[in-house]
Design a protein around this ligand. Structure first.
Ligand SMILES: Cc1cc2nc3c(=O)[nH]c(=O)nc-3n(C[C@H](O)[C@H](O)[C@H](O)COP(=O)(O)OP(=O)(O)OC[C@H]3O[C@@H](n4cnc5c(N)ncnc54)[C@H](O)[C@@H]3O)c2cc1C
Length: 1090
């Protein structure tokens, strides 16, 4: 026995810990020596990930222990009581509920997996990944374990894919996140990791800000550290996470203030002064998991329809006028969307929807990895960033019912998904009921119909005003039309927390398409702040240090890695050292430069801080002792009059349109008669300019105009927010300024100082800015980044998918018998005991060479233990991404690898052509040992069989239910009919005879006795007695013939239908020769190799 001695963290590596398969004697010794040398060689102290990296990547030493995987059970987590299609449907729904495209890889999954999987594996991976998400969605209170995740694989060959999916989902916060108790997972990693000899001091991670992003990030990091405890054994302890918060409360811009208590009641009433609306719970809003699934907080669902009033005319506006103005405004927005910046397409690949829908994994091996295909410039078209994959397929499953967010008239967030309209302006205006001047129209047509944006950084406001000018030239708008249009301007200014004249024309709605579907809600009885409070408290309190105003973040890059490089300086004069800093300061605070960064932030980040806007929205809370408004409306809008000047000039409305333009009826949420009036756009700043009593008086005046027949009382209690004056916010939320684009959000999100300073917060969320869920998601993102900076990238097993067993090549996993899955293998079931280790056959040199050839062919191979055992120590690129390392992991000494002549070399002719094609130094074909023609045939066969099985699956999915059932045949033997009828009476007779003989009343006659008696009785029957059974046989024969005739007819019809379906399918889904096939064929022709 030998050991790596490392003080108290020593780990003994006994020979019994070495791979259990037979190895030649000297190999075991060599492996031990390597392990010893590595341990002596490392320069302590070093992290686990550094240690693993110094070994040249995780899988080398680690996958040499393949039997750890025996604790995985294929199919164990797949419910056996539902059909594969139903299971697939649930997985697809779970993916949608998790913001992941069910039929395609997320771009991050794509970059993680592309060097390990081929196109055929994508569907298998998606099936597994969707299955894991389904497990999580079934119960958001319990974490999904690695073993459960592996149970979503249908075949042990795919455990590598299951591990990859699990790693991706856990690390990126798609599963196992939120307010749950995460069990500490020690010794839970399938690989046995060596513990480095010296441990590093405990890391300290400082999070600045206890808003949704800061708390969400800290909670997630805490969970990740527990789930990956095995990875952190290189440190003296799990990282210490400290949150520094300037205020004397948590929550940041989520703040539920307490209203005055009722003297007669002990109940507490809270009103939200910051975030209040949860915009849609469907399609992956993480708030849905936190609020509904984990905390079970009561939510109030907002009604779609709101009432709209006119300040000037008094009373409400007719629905038709209201609708017309809304449609006109949306049309104007659509027209200016011509100038919209094109969406950025992200690279990813789709799986085969027919397999994913059918819940089946494609058979066959597939060809080369996606990475290799792309290296050969195979064109993989990028998908739209928010693509949910095949929308048609989803529609067919009825899963996209809520895909278009229900945008209530008084909507929230970014309501206007705009597309340039097809209808001419005059036609549209006529459709809306405006009378259009034809002469003005033709005059306009001769000039331009587009309000061309002016200047280098055109704004949405100026361009919209230009569009409105054109509308007014073509038709006459009334002063009420203009008030109504300006109400919509105000609503847009509310959504962006800024006047439209500050918004970028091309990118103001760059996040469009990411909004969540479903009804908008408010958290009842205690307000939204219950969510950050829960993140802070559950399952155990986070270390939040209130009243800790950060003044400076100092980074000393000259310190060595073992020492804390950060010094976070507080206003109080205190200092806190740290290894990692997560800054969740609001954009307003960053803009105000109230926190100093030493060294200065990179220029690109500083520019983005400048480009993005940080807007203002304020609220005026009005509490009454009775309700005088329409109690049934949740949203009550009012079209405000112009501020001053000409009613036709747009400028006259800019200041007034957002002032008390909307009242939210919060009575049902707060528990008191309560209206929350909004101050948006230019008017938002007035809450600090005007005295409170002026504001309350004006609000009361507006309400009197809306309800002319009511005596509007003075509120009993009021709260007026001044978010722009708040030194720890400097405003409400971010918007896309004239010079900004979506890229600025990404720039703000990027880490600095060699991946040690990280940024989260709503203004770092390109897809969900200005929202609570965006802030929370940014916290999850950063938790992954920080965690990765500590433990390293996800390390994939190699090969990711093991090849199918081949008759002449017994592979290790083929011989391993996995027990059948437990009957109900849902979450929480205790896994069955691992099966006994199986002694595996030794793999011969010929087989190794064959595998080497397969690898060179781009097919994944089971590198397994034998293949990795000879790997030499020393730093190398990780196996995950490196093609070259895949070759080196192949287990053949380098001399053999480079000596292609050991393999069947192609003829000189083809070798020359292959070299000239590839420009490489080798004198053999890229697919060593296979002629180009053989390779071509192999590729073609693979493709054709994949195509055929896709067609088969489509047939199964679409026509399975129509397949006729073969009729059961009625009995055609008179004796059997007799036997059936008389069996029981004969058995009783035989029993009684036996009991008499044996004098045992409990004895029973054996079957043979009963049969003998029956035969005897049959023979003793007369012909007339037998005729009854013969007649029945004849009737049965006729019936059978009739049934078979009918069945054959139905089969013929079904087969014709299948054939037609196949023909149509194959026509609609033709299979084309790949570039590689064409290339191989061309080479084969050139080389003349037969
Ligand atoms: C009036 C208003 C209405 C809104 N309505 C909605 C809505 O209906 N729906 C919705 O989804 N979103 C809404 N939002 C936006 C939402 O509140 C924010 O997007 C989200 O809360 C931001 O979270 P965060 O963690 O990024 O920032 P914050 O919540 O601002 O957290 C940052 C933290 O940093 C702290 N901090 C600041 N400076 C320092 C310092 N020097 N030292 C230490 N700590 C510091 C702050 O005190 C704060 O706690 C609204 C916001 C406002 C203001």
């Amino acid at each position: 026995m030998s050991s790596i001695d490392s003080n108290n963290s020593s780990v003994a590596i006994a020979t019994s810990d070495l791979p259990q398969f037979p190895l030649p004697e000297q190999d075991q010794e060599e492996l031990l020596k390597v392990m010893m040398e590595e341990s002596d060689y490392v320069d302590p102290p070093m992290t686990r990930s550094e240690y693993i990296a110094s070994l040249g990547g995780l899988p080398d030493l680690v996958t040499t222990v393949p039997y750890n995987r025996l604790e995985y059970f294929a199919k164990a987590s797949i419910p056996s009581d539902i059909t594969p299609e139903e299971y697939a449907r649930k997985g697809i729904a779970a993916a949608i509920a998790s913001r992941l495209p069910p039929f395609a890889l997320h771009p991050l999954e794509y970059s993680l997996l592309k060097s390990g999987i081929n196109h055929l594996h994508v569907s298998t991976y998606l099936n597994i990944r969707n299955g894991i998400l389904f497990l999580w969605c079934m119960n958001h209170h319990v974490t999904v374990t690695r073993t459960e995740a592996a149970g979503c694989a249908r075949d042990p060959r795919f455990f590598g894919l299951a591990e990859a999916a699990f790693e991706f989902l856990v690390r990126h916060g798609y599963i196992n996140f939120g307010v749950i108790d995460v069990p500490r997972c020690r010794n839970n990693f399938p690989y046995q990791l060596p513990i480095p000899p010296d441990r590093r001091p405990r890391l300290r991670i400082v999070v600045i800000g206890a808003g949704m992003s800061g708390l969400g990030c800290a909670r997630q990091l805490d969970g990740l550290c527990k789930q990956y405890d095995d990875f952190l054994t290189g440190y003296e302890d799990s990282p210490e996470i400290v949150i520094l918060e300037a205020r004397s409360r948590i929550g940041g811009r989520v703040y539920s203030a307490m209203l005055k208590k009722d003297p007669t009641d002990t109940k507490i009433f809270k009103v939200d002064l910051g975030a209040q609306i949860i915009t849609g719970f469907s399609h992956g809003n993480p708030m849905s998991v936190l609020i509904r699934k984990q905390l079970g907080l009561p939510c109030y669902q907002l009604k779609d329809a709101g009432e709209l009033y006119d300040e000037v005319t008094g009373g409400s506006i007719s629905r038709s006028l209201d609708k017309r103005a809304e449609e006109l405004f949306n049309d104007m927005l659509d027209r200016v969307s011509t100038y919209r910046a094109p969406p950025i397409l992200q690279h990813t690949v789709e799986g085969d929807a027919s397999f994913v829908l059918a819940g089946k994994d494609p058979s066959g091996e597939g060809g080369r990895t996606i990475g290799r295909m792309e290296a050969n410039s195979a064109d993989v078209p990028p998908l739209e960033p928010s693509s949910l994959g095949s929308k048609a397929a989803l529609k067919s499953l009825d899963l996209l019912r809520e895909s278009t967010p229900s945008a209530p008239k008084m909507t929230f967030g970014r309501p206007y998904g705009s597309k340039a309209p097809q209808t001419a302006l005059d036609v549209k205006l006529e459709q809306l009921g405006f009378s259009v001047s034809k002469s003005a129209c033709s005059q306009l047509a001769n000039t331009t119909t587009d309000p061309l944006p002016k200047g280098n950084a055109p704004t949405l406001g100026a361009t919209l005003d230009g569009q409105l000018e054109i509308v007014r030239k073509v038709c006459e708008l009334t002063d009420q039309d203009l008030r109504l249009l300006n109400w919509h301007y105000a609503n847009l200014e509310y959504a962006n927390a800024s006047a439209v004249h500050n918004l970028s024309l091309g990118s103001w709605d760059q996040d469009d398409g990411n909004e969540f579907a479903g009804k908008h809600c408010m958290v009842q009885d205690g307000g939204y702040m219950q969510v950050p409070r829960a993140l802070y408290l559950f399952p155990s309190k986070l270390d939040v240090r209130l009243k800790s105003i950060v003044k400076e973040i100092k980074y000393d890059s000259t310190k060595d890695n073992s020492r804390k490089k950060y010094n976070v300086v507080l206003e109080s004069g205190e200092n806190l050292s740290a290894d990692r800093v997560i800054c969740t300061l609001p954009l307003g605070v960053l803009k105000a430069n109230s926190v100093k960064f030493t060294p200065e932030l990179p220029e690109i980040k500083r520019n983005s801080i400048q480009n993005l806007g940080f807007g203002v929205l304020n609220k005026v809370v009005l509490v009454y002792d009775h309700c005088f408004w329409d109690a049934d409306s949740d949203l009550i809008g009012v079209a405000r009059d112009r501020n001053s000047g000409d009613y036709m000039a747009q400028d006259s409305y800019v200041q007034s349109r957002g002032r008390f333009y909307m009242f939210w009826n919060c009575t049902n949420v707060v528990g008191k008669y309560c209206l929350v009036a909004l101050m948006a756009g230019a008017a938002a700043f007035e809450t600090s300019i005007q005295p409170d009593n002026v504001l309350i008086r004006d609000a009361t005046h507006v309400l009197s105009r809306m309800y002319p027949h009511v005596s509007v009382p003075h509120p009993t209690e009021t709260i007026i927010t001044k978010w722009h004056m708040d030194p720890f916010a400097h405003g409400a939320y971010s918007y896309v300024g004239p010079n900004a684009t979506g890229q600025d959000y990404d720039n703000l999100a990027s880490s600095s100082n060699d991946d040690t300073l990280f940024f989260a917060g709503e203004a770092t969320s390109r897809t969900h800015p200005a929202t609570v869920h965006g802030a929370y998601l940014s916290g999850l993102r950063v938790a992954e980044e920080v965690f990765r900076s500590i433990v390293g990238d996800v390390t994939l097993s190699s090969p990711l998918v093991k090849p199918k067993p081949k008759p002449n090549m017994p592979l290790q996993t083929e011989t391993v018998t996995f027990p059948p899955p437990p009957k109900s293998a849902y979450v929480g079931d205790v896994p069955p005991p691992p099966p006994k280790p199986v002694v595996l056959p030794q793999i011969s040199l010929e087989e190794l060479l064959l595998r080497e050839r397969m690898e060179a062919d781009g097919e994944s191979s089971n590198s397994g233990a034998v293949i990795t055992k000879r790997r030499k120590p020393g730093p190398r690129p990780r196996t995950k991404t490196s093609e070259s390392s895949t070759t080196s992991v192949s287990g053949l000494p380098r001399t053999i690898q480079s000596n292609g002549m050991l393999l069947t070399a192609p003829t000189g002719k083809s070798a020359t052509s292959s070299r000239s094609q590839q420009g490489g130094p080798s004198n053999i074909s890229r697919h060593e040992g296979l002629t180009h023609l053989a390779r071509y045939r192999q590729l073609k066969n693979n493709r054709m069989s994949a195509h055929q099985s896709a067609c088969d699956t489509a047939v199964t999915v679409m026509l399975r239910h129509e397949q006729p059932m073969k009729p059961e045949k009625a009995q055609l033997n008179p004796y059997i009919i007799y036997q059936k009828r008389n069996w029981e009476s004969c058995r009783a007779q035989a029993d009684s005879q036996r009991q008499q003989v044996l004098r045992d009343p409990t004895s029973r006659a054996p079957m043979a006795d009963i049969r003998a008696l029956l035969g005897q009785q049959w023979r003793s029957l007369t012909d007339t007695q037998k005729q009854e059974y013969i007649d029945e046989t004849n009737r049965n024969r006729i019936e059978n013939e009739r049934r078979m005739e009918e069945y054959n007819k139905r089969v013929a019809e079904y087969e014709a239908k299948v054939q037609k379906f196949r023909d149509d399918w194959l026509q609609q889904n033709p299979s084309f020769e790949s570039e590689e096939e064409q290339k191989e064929l061309a080479l084969a022709k050139l080389g003349g190799v037969a």
